[in-house]
Design a protein around this ligand. Structure first.
Ligand SMILES: [Zn+2]
Length: 170
């Protein structure tokens, strides 16, 4: 799944359960895997190498394409982060540390997935195996970018709503 819905989910869960930064990070981290299991669409990464026989061999090839991919990923990360901070911190007054901890926790599995492609050692091997297990939990993927993006908008709005429920139920 792309990064924006992960970020919003991490911040929303932290806000809903009024977590502290430590538990917010951990809850965000766990939420990543469950969201990845939901059938979804992903934007293409040109530098990505996929091994259909063994997904554990997947890689991101560092070169010209990789830097273009980084811009895409960076935009996605920044969009989710700013939306989360704007809504939960500015809008609803949830502390910035808690929002950031939720977002960083929710993005960490994908960052660690990148680290795994460059450093294939434990505990990253087990983490990558678990990550792939969730990603491929339902074989079904959304092929159409339109429906993929619509689904992401729905997930974002749903988590913004759920997160704000926790803030108002003091
Ligand atoms: Zn993921």
């Amino acid at each position: 799944m792309v990064l924006t819905p992960h970020s919003i989910a991490g911040a929303a869960i932290a806000s809903f359960f009024k977590l502290n930064p430590f538990t917010a990070f951990f809850a965000g981290f766990l939420s990543h895997f469950f969201l990845d299991a939901v059938p979804h669409w992903d934007y293409k990464l040109k530098s990505e190498y996929k091994d259909l026989e063994n997904p554990m061999n997947g890689d991101l090839i560092i070169g010209r394409d990789f830097y273009f991919d980084l811009v895409k990923i960076g935009f996605d990360a920044l969009l989710g982060l700013s939306l989360a901070v704007f809504f939960f911190n500015f809008g609803l007054g949830v502390s910035l540390e808690i929002v950031l901890a939720g977002v960083i926790g929710a993005l960490a599995p994908d960052a660690l997935q990148f680290v795994y492609t460059k450093w294939r050692k434990e505990p990253l091997i087990s983490l990558q195996r678990t990550h792939l297990l969730f990603i491929n939990f339902f074989q079904k993927k959304i092929e159409s970018p339109f429906w993929g993006l619509s689904m992401y908008c729905f997930v974002v709005v749903l988590f913004l709503f759920l997160g704000s429920l926790g803030v108002f139920s003091l």
